[in-house]
Ligand binder design. Structure first.
Ligand SMILES: [Cu+2]
Length: 483
């Protein structure tokens, strides 16, 4: 999915004329009565990851990823969503400040898109930057549902101001297919900055003593790919020497953490989760928890044929990568493992600044009960697992107040924490203070702590959860409601 910037600018220049001719149509669109700007159809289809790996799964518009949806910040849009499957669906607009009716989470009260039915929704896109859409149904132990399917697609909301100097944009959607249950995984766990906290390890050990025996199920995958193609299949990213390519990377996995490196090149990270960072930094590799996004510029100054791929040899060998090919070069794509590098969100923050003080602080301790729910791990926040029946616990917030949420992880897993319909500002990560890094997902390291602030400025029920599908389905959720 590569878009030539000059081509886009040419199209944009042609727009005002068409706009003037269809003013009536635009008004009808704003009222939700005209033609939708985008139509998404949920249906079973095939993803050809390679000629030997053709996967049947649920898709948007018969493709993976779903179509790139380009919106303009503040300009109302109408989207029709058709559900051609026989199960009710939810389509979540991840990272946008939309109302409950649109957000796409049944726990908040968004209506389902009925089986063999449709919903027309209308909303004002914001904030600008890289967002995405994905299904938000609860699969529990059914690996043919929810984010285990191919229901994910990128959204780009055009900002009022151009974010930087680059020649071309490339969207990369990282995703695994053919899931199955396993016991024990091999996911990297030691790449986050910060150190484990003894007190949290002690809480974790106590829980482990209570829930002895085998650990809960994990999910493993057979094939991996970028934009629905295994490494070496599909078109390479063709570049020219000196070109600055802006990569928009989305980890659309159901629960995997992903890394990405391009031998001989650095990434200049300009946005995290679509939000410009105060201090853009050059880094040798990227780490993305489930649902995280990174926008980074790569200056193409190292000619050759390269693998832009995951650091995990196993995942890369099963397809997690894409070839970058300089004009005029030939040969087998080259990979070399980068040196170990700690991923530290705070390096993108504003130096020497102090965060605004919160009006209120809430503490949450995360505990895992090994295999406590029919062989699945159960997750508790302050001793409570979320109940899908009673939709509790619910924490009350007041409009206009700034809340500091502190999460203490008494488990060895990394949790990509996600808040719906709001962004948050990181204030403390891995033992370090920070200011100005605004996100909607943040990875919390094993036995570590993270603190972030959010301003209650979008009334309505608001879902918080770990974006690891197994964790959220088995307890790791909570609701915030406005008083
Ligand atoms: Cu989690």
């Amino acid at each position: 999915m590569s878009i030539d910037r000059r081509f886009l600018l040419t199209c944009a220049a042609a727009l005002p004329l068409a706009g003037a001719l269809s003013r009536t149509a635009l008004t009808a669109e704003a009222n939700g009565t005209g033609k939708a700007a985008y139509t998404l159809r949920i249906a079973t289809g095939l993803v050809e990851l390679s000629p030997e790996h053709i996967v049947s799964t649920t898709l948007y518009n018969g493709q993976f990823p779903g179509p790139l949806i380009r919106l303009t910040e503040g300009k109302q849009v109408v989207v029709d969503i058709f559900n051609d499957t026989d199960k009710p669906e939810q389509l979540h607009w991840h990272g946008q400040f939309v109302p409950v009716d649109v957000d796409g989470a049944a726990e908040e009260g968004t209506p389902y898109i009925p089986a063999h039915g449709m919903r027309r929704i209308s909303f004002i896109p914001k904030p600008s930057g890289l967002r995405f859409y994905h299904t938000h149904v609860v699969p529990m132990n059914n690996l043919a549902l929810g984010t285990y399917t191919g229901q994910a697609g990128p959204v780009y909301i055009e900002p009022a101001n151009d974010p930087g100097a680059y020649d071309r944009e490339v969207f990369l959607v990282l995703k695994e297919f053919l899931p199955s249950f396993s016991q024990g995984g091999d996911m990297a766990m030691d790449f986050l900055a910060g150190k484990p906290i003894k007190e949290l390890q002690d809480i974790g050990s106590k829980a482990d003593e209570q829930f002895k025996g085998p650990k809960g199920y994990e999910v493993g995958y057979e094939v991996f790919g970028i934009n629905g193609k295994m490494l070496g299949h599909g078109d390479p990213i063709r570049v020219k020497q000196g070109e600055r390519v802006l990569f928009h990377v989305l980890n659309a996995s159901a629960g995997e953490i992903r890394s990405l490196a391009l031998p001989g090149h650095m990434f200049k990270v300009i946005s995290l989760d679509g939000n410009l960072v105060p201090t853009p930094m050059h880094v040798p590799l990227l780490w993305l928890g489930t649902a995280e996004r990174i926008s980074a510029i790569v200056e193409m100054n190292h000619p050759g044929v390269w693998v832009l791929g995951d650091l995990s040899d196993d995942d890369r060998d099963h397809g997690m990568g894409i070839v970058v090919e300089y004009a005029g070069t030939k040969g087998k794509p080259q990979w070399s493992k980068p040196k170990p590098y700690k991923w530290d969100y705070t390096m993108f923050g504003k130096a020497g600044a102090a965060p605004a003080s919160p009006d209120e602080t809430m503490d949450f301790t995360i505990v895992k009960h090994n295999a406590a729910l029919n062989g699945f791990n159960e997750w508790l926040l302050n001793d409570k697992a979320f109940s899908m029946d009673t939709l509790t616990p619910v924490y009350t917030v007041h409009e206009g107040r700034r809340y500091r949420l502190k999460f203490r992880n008494a488990s060895d897993d990394i949790h990509p924490l996600h808040l719906h319909r709001h962004s948050f500002e990181l204030v403390h990560v891995g033992g370090k203070p920070t200011v100005g890094v605004v996100k909607d997902v943040v990875m919390l390291g094993g036995f570590q702590e993270v603190e972030f602030d959010f301003v209650a400025d979008n009334p309505g029920m608001t879902l918080f959860h770990c974006h690891q599908q197994l964790h959220m389905d088995f307890g790791f959720m909570a609701l915030f409601n406005y008083a």
